[in-house]
Design a protein around this ligand. Structure first.
Ligand SMILES: [Fe+2]
Ligand SMILES: [Fe+2]
Length: 304
């Protein structure tokens, strides 16, 4: 007689309880952006898409020479850039989650929560795509090679590495979005609505990833731990490079190379990056996963 054995790894009971709590939270408070956002509402004229002081060129000599219209356009492009990056990150995360799920029990609460997270991210990608379309710009999409790299990264993320990758993607965006929301009513209502929905649902994703790391970190071998605590530093140049990509400035008629140079050296922008990295840095330090190489990479790219 053939016996069909399950190769799924059982999940710790505490992880199951945690997942169940998040499942209940998701059932109570989740959004359906297609209907929960008024996509036909007008975009009030003169309102920025991101707070000016968070823009990459804010306070630079170039900024002083830019017209009001150019500053506003830069906020529109930078908003589209943030959420374009959000889409490809969430695509990568969802690919990784699905692959990992083939190795875990399909009946556990943690798998149920991962499926819920997957669904959240699918709706976020749709929400971001619709928002880019609504604000009337082209998305910032990776090149063919870049897209292949995103897909390749999805293949290597698993176990604690998956949760750290998730946090590097989610925590920084979350902190930036909270800064935007804290900034008052001076930005487009559509942007505030998108950020509010995202922050609410991401809070659960971040808790789930943090819990996964806290639970796994003690079981790692010295080598894995060393690798994990330094590999996340690769996120630093990825973020810094994309936040100051030339296309942002080319699109609004600036000298792209010069604008990029000023943005990259901009102390105001560096302060925004540091504030964005703060919660993640504190967490990585708390769990002992802030390695010296990673620290140097984050510092070199002005997140520390
Ligand atoms: Fe998301
Ligand atoms: Fe997420």
């Amino acid at each position: 007689m053939m016996v069909i054995m399950s190769s799924a790894t059982p999940t710790a009971p505490e992880r199951e309880d945690f997942a169940l709590r998040l499942l209940k939270g998701s059932a109570k408070k989740s959004y359906e952006p297609v209907v929960d956002i008024d996509w036909d509402a007008p975009l009030p004229e003169g309102l920025y898409f991101l707070p000016p002081h968070m823009l990459s060129l804010y306070g630079t000599p170039l900024w002083e020479r830019m017209t009001d219209q150019q500053r506003l356009e830069l906020s529109r492009q930078e908003f589209a850039n943030y959420i374009s990056m959000g889409i490809w990150f969430e695509n990568m995360l969802n690919q990784s989650l699905l692959r990992a799920m083939m190795h875990s029990s399909p009946t556990s609460h943690s798998t149920f929560y991962e499926l819920t997270e997957l669904g959240d991210e699918a709706r976020h990608m749709l929400m971001f795509g619709k928002a880019i379309e609504r604000v009337g710009v082209e998305p910032f999409w990776p090149t063919k090679r870049g897209a292949r790299r995103v897909n390749a990264m999805a293949m290597i993320f698993r176990g604690p590495m998956l949760w750290i990758g998730a946090l590097v993607g989610e925590e920084l965006f979350d902190a930036v979005q909270r800064q935007i929301l804290d900034d008052g009513d001076d930005i487009q209502p559509l942007v505030r609505r998108v950020m509010r929905i995202h922050v609410t649902e991401e809070a659960r994703h971040i808790q789930f990833a943090r819990d996964g790391i806290r639970r796994d970190v003690g079981t790692l071998s010295r080598r894995t731990r060393l690798a994990l605590s330094n590999l996340h530093g690769l996120g630093a140049s990825l973020y810094f490079g994309h936040f100051t990509r030339r296309g942002l400035y080319d699109r609004i008629g600036l000298d792209g190379a010069e604008a990029q140079r000023q943005a990259r050296a901009n102390p105001h922008f560096h302060a925004t990056l540091r504030a964005g990295f703060e919660p993640l840095e504190a967490f990585l330090r708390e769990v002992g996963l802030m390695g010296p190489v990673a620290r140097r990479m984050w510092a070199k790219n002005h997140f520390l």
